[in-house]
Design a protein around this ligand. Structure first.
Ligand code: IMP
Ligand code: MG
Length: 182
């Protein structure tokens, strides 16, 4: 199948994403030299970013996942719940929280606070994308690959109603594709 008819504009190509993630991975490796990390991916949007990031992390680490829900189609719901918790105890760990996109900041600010409250030694945030124009909750994005405009985007893990996660680049959906996947 071809995604081309569904995408209005390509924001970041696969090559741009891959190259930038490599740079960010190298920076994180330097910052955590000699320390052990617990890399926590926020499901499901972070999976492609996280797999590329892990390939470029030259530190001792374990991985885990957490799943929460804060988004419904194109609109933020403004509330958040944990659907699947970590398998490991975050107590005493240096955590790198991996997210696909920081939008209002609700998800990441909630996750950082909750991991610190559960005894994590430190929590830093790596996000593939940052949409600063939409920020409502204060978040320190320690490692961001790209800033993006205030447009609803899909691909490289990001979905629209669970579709398009497997698009190998980041693009803006057109109105017909939005209607077809409502
Ligand atoms: P926040 O809690 O408002 O920061 O939203 C973060 C979550 O909303 C992300 O993990 C994404 O799953 C989702 N999200 C925000 N903007 C977009 C977008 O443009 N496309 C797809 N998902 C998005
Ligand atoms: Mg998400």
């Amino acid at each position: 199948m071809s995604f081309e008819k569904d995408i209005n504009e390509v924001l970041f190509t696969n090559e741009q994403l891959t190259e930038k993630i490599r740079e960010v991975g190298q920076k994180i490796s330097k910052d955590y030299e000699g320390q052990e990390l617990l890399v926590v991916g926020i499901l499901a949007g972070s999976i492609i970013f996280m797999s590329h990031l892990l390939e470029n992390l030259d530190v001792e680490c374990k991985i885990d996942f957490i799943k929460c829900k804060s988004y419904d189609g194109e609109n933020s719901t403004g509330s958040i719940t944990i659907q699947k918790d970590l398998s490991m105890d975050p107590r005493g760990k240096n955590i790198l929280l991996v997210e696909d996109i920081v939008d209002t900041g609700l998800t990441v600010s909630f996750m950082v606070q909750s991991l610190l409250a559960r005894g994590a030694k430190s929590v830093k945030v790596a996000s593939l994308l940052d949409k600063p124009a939409r920020r409502e909750y204060k978040v320190d994005v320690d490692y961001s690959c790209f800033e993006c405009p205030d447009k609803f985007i899909v691909g490289f893990g990001l979905d629209y109603n669970q579709y398009y996660r497997n698009l190998p680049y980041i693009g803006v959906l057109n109105a017909a594709a939005i209607k077809a996947h409502k």
